[in-house]
Design a binder for this molecule. Structure first.
Ligand code: SF4
Length: 360
């Protein structure tokens, strides 16, 4: 281990917060295994040998989107190609209800920015699911969607969140953060929430007692400095308005996007990003290896690089698969238990809020 890496190791051991230069240095270091070992020690400190998963149903209400971000393969035009669809509240309910017998503990509702569906439509979907299945947690709507609902309804972000919470929304996912550099956002996704908007929505949610997750989309046009800056902004918000439960680094999947010339991130970059996220985000308990995007083998290895959560069994995911995710659209509970065991960790089924349901 070189001298600079030893200094960082010392800081980590003494629980001294890593700074921007530390994070950038880690990215430029070739010593992947040393970085992984540091992150693994932090993971064990946070959650011992446990690796969490949950059993959920993704409900993607529509793929019709006014934003058409360059890195997205899911959103399509209303009258264009790519199979535009929108579920009625009834269809969304039936789609969710079909999965209840699988023992799901979460409905995960994330969609595109539909040009004409009113805010009431989303409230109705949440209300119907919640009234029929009050025991199943509803995690729904990225900050980008919440910000959009405020724009189309004329309500404030706080009013939008309060209305959804009253209808049965339990928590929010972490998507739409992309990378907090507004020059990049103006280039890749100019029509949706900018960096401060995204952070403001999460701050408001945390103030209202709504737990959330957070993400970073990496491997497109951002720099290493952008990535570290992004992690530090999340860490700052968690200091001032805590409420993030987990962080999910999302590698950019280029297939069928307008950035398809960029290619995929390397496994080395994915593992390093996982480990550095664990080391920089010293105030977020859980780091998630989202198997849908990483693929199962790499997600298993990521457990040795600081991740302590594999997300869920999912049951039919559409968004990442539009962009070329080659994984199954869902796997069953026994399979996820086995793949955690194979990696030498203890599988723990959790609910959305990280209450332990069963240790396997
Ligand atoms: S990333 Fe979200 S907002 Fe952007 S085009 Fe895709 S679905 Fe729409």
């Amino acid at each position: 281990m070189d001298k600079r890496l030893q200094e960082i190791e010392e800081k980590v051991k003494q629980r001294i917060r890593l700074g921007k230069e530390d994070g950038v240095y880690l990215y430029h270091s070739d010593d992947l295994l040393a970085i992984g070992a540091l992150a693994r020690a932090k993971k064990i400190e946070a959650s011992q040998r446990y690796v969490y998963f949950n059993v959920n149903r993704h409900i993607n209400l529509t793929n019709i989107c006014v934003s058409r971000c360059k890195f997205c393969a899911f959103g399509v035009d209303e009258n264009g190609t790519g199979g535009p669809y929108v579920m009625s509240p009834e269809e969304a309910f039936t789609f969710g209800a079909e999965a209840v017998d699988y023992g799901i503990t979460e409905f995960h509702v994330v969609s595109a920015l539909h040009p004409s569906k009113p805010f009431d439509y989303y409230v109705e979907v949440v209300k119907r699911l919640h009234e029929a299945y009050p025991q199943i947690h509803i995690q729904g709507f990225t900050a980008v969607e919440i910000f959009y609902f405020a724009q189309i309804s004329g309500l404030s972000v706080r009013e939008v969140l309060s209305t959804l919470k009253e209808a049965g929304l339990g928590s929010m996912p972490g998507g739409g953060a992309e990378v907090f550099n507004d020059d990049i956002r103006r280039e890749l996704c100019p029509r949706k929430a900018m960096s401060d908007d995204w952070l403001q929505v999460h701050q408001t949610a945390h103030e209202l007692g709504i737990k959330t997750n957070c993400t970073m989309l990496y491997g497109h046009v951002e720099s290493i400095e952008d990535r570290i800056h992004h992690l530090m902004r999340l860490r700052e918000l968690q200091d001032t308005a805590p409420g993030f439960q987990s962080f999910i680094p999302l590698p950019f999947l280029p297939d069928n996007t307008r950035l398809s010339h960029l290619g995929r991130t390397s496994a080395l970059d994915d593992l390093k990003t996982m480990a550095i996220s664990r080391l920089m985000l010293d105030n977020i308990d859980h780091i998630k290896a989202f198997w849908i995007m990483l693929g199962i083998p790499l997600a298993q290895i990521a457990l040795e690089f600081g991740a302590d959560d594999l997300d869920g069994t999912v049951i039919e995911e559409r968004i990442m698969h539009s962009a070329g995710a080659s994984t199954e659209k869902g796997i069953d509970k026994q399979a996820i238990i086995e793949l955690i065991r194979e990696s030498g960790y203890t599988p723990v089924e959790r609910d959305t809020l990280y209450n332990v349901i069963e240790i396997f």
